[in-house]
Write a protein that binds this ligand. Structure first.
Ligand SMILES: C[S@@+](CC[C@H](N)C(=O)[O-])C[C@H]1O[C@@H](n2cnc3c(N)ncnc32)[C@H](O)[C@@H]1O
Length: 247
């Protein structure tokens, strides 16, 4: 299975139920207000925070590689009476019908691109999708290895007789490739039985220096690279930082 198809089938159900984070729409709302419309949320999933921005009156489209996620996002938009445009495309193949003044990823979805070559393709495609004076916001994450004590330990949720369970089973952590691959099992149990999906969750991380080099190659200027915790310029050991880039 391709990394871009990770969020499909029962993983989509499990993701919606088990996600620990709910997105504060405010930083993305401010970003689009500051840099202009139309906006595009890449990796919009089932619509968080995209639909809150649309409900606030902003012209923002969504794109996601997963057909199941796009379907859910459209259904969530319809349920809220929003005319949001959502399309299915991989960000590394992004070729939207219009160009955007603001493009953002809400969280470190960019780290799901499994290697530098794919990440570079995505940056080139994001550059092409920006208006001449457009700006993109790309949050990045450099994870440590999953603690050994967490491997084999399940998280689950029970909702109206349906149990969804996530178990990280094993992991390889490669500092030279900057890649963490977690083998995980998703299970969905209801009165009819248990459905199982085994997935490899690949995180490919960047350092501030390696990300700057990719942007230079893609023809993007890095306007800011800020540590999420300190809001200062990210140092090489930063684990969470946000890049603001322009053509
Ligand atoms: C961590 S989820 C975040 C979703 C959303 N913010 C939410 O909470 O509903 C990441 C999303 O990125 C999508 N995705 C993964 N790889 C992608 C790619 N190469 N291009 C576009 N979207 C991708 C997944 O299908 C998934 O919906």
């Amino acid at each position: 299975m391709e990394p871009a198809d990770f969020y499909s089938g029962i993983v989509v159900d499990a993701y919606a139920k088990l996600k620990s984070e709910t997105f504060d729409p405010e930083p993305y709302l401010e970003f689009v207000k500051a840099h202009g419309q139309p906006g595009l949320e890449i990796g919009c999933g089932d619509g968080e925070p995209l639909l809150d921005l649309c409900a606030a009156g902003l012209d923002v489209d969504g794109v996601d590689s997963s057909g199941d996620m796009v379907e859910r996002c459209r259904a969530n938009a319809a349920a809220r009476g929003l005319p949001t445009q959502v399309f299915q495309q991989r960000m590394e193949d992004l070729s939207p019908d219009r160009r955007y003044a603001s493009i953002y990823l809400a969280g470190p979805t960019f780290n799901l691109l499994a290697d530098d070559e794919t990440a570079l393709r995505a940056l080139v495609a994001i550059r092409a999708a920006l208006t001449d004076d457009g700006t993109a916001l790309i949050p990045l994450w450099a994870p440590g290895p999953t603690p050994a004590a967490e491997l084999g330990v399940s998280r689950s949720t029970d909702d109206a007789g349906v149990e969804l369970r996530y178990t990280p089973v094993s992991e390889t952590y490669d500092r030279s490739l900057r890649t963490r691959i977690t083998t995980a099992r998703y299970e969905r149990t209801d009165a009819g039985g248990t459905e199982v999906a085994d997935r490899e969750w690949i995180i490919h991380w960047h350092t501030p220096a390696s990300f700057r080099a990719l942007c230079a190659e893609a023809g993007l200027q890095v306007v800011a690279l800020l540590d999420e915790h300190t809001q200062e310029s990210a140092t090489d050991d930063a684990t969470s930082f946000v890049a603001t880039v322009r053509r």
